[in-house]
Design a protein around this ligand. Sequence first.
Ligand SMILES: [Fe+2]
Ligand SMILES: [Fe+2]
Length: 232
Amino acid sequence: MASDVLKTRRDFLVVTGAAGAGLLLAGCSGEEKKRAADLISAPERLMRQHGVLSRLLMILEESLRRVDAHMELPLEVIPGVVEVVQNFVQMHHEKQEEEEIFPLLANNDKLVGLIAVLKAQHRAGREITARILEYSSTAALKELETRRKLNSEVRQLARMYRAHSNREDTVLFPALDSAVTAAQYRALSAGMTQKQQQAPGDGAFEKTVERVAALEKLVAMDDLAGFSPDAS
Ligand SMILES: [Fe+2]
Ligand SMILES: [Fe+2]
């Protein structure tokens, strides 16, 4: 019985992996593409969202570098990043983790402490981003003391969110494998896909990635080749 459950889940994951790599999408009709999207697992969807967060943190760090180097920084960049962090990461991504992932793992004694820290860090992230927004106005940035505070807040946020998402990717999400049945796993993944497709505003992944790309362009981070070793 247990091996049947594992086999079913493994089959599902194999198909999901192929879909994630785009192997099933080439030449598919719209309906077939929709079905491939339906197979994206809940952890894969959340890890894609972590990728968005990682890109946002890089933009914030580049913004700080520009402020420190007295380089041009379009005023909309930091507030734009904060807006996406608040609407997509905090109100959409973290809400899904707290409502749909954490409860499934609440009975795992080994994860109780980790989940408590993750929840506390979600709250801390909201407080820090509010302060970053406050310190990033034109008037505030003229003050050396405010620039120092902004620097400190961004560094704390980036340090915390990187450790946080890494721990979720490598410890929390893999723990789902033994915590839920294949049927629960499929229901969780399908529900998350449906919510993302119906999510208003910044809940939509593709739209959010486009917004992030536009912010990257404002600080000349839009060309990936610019990050290659021979380009520096
Ligand atoms: Fe989280
Ligand atoms: Fe997360």
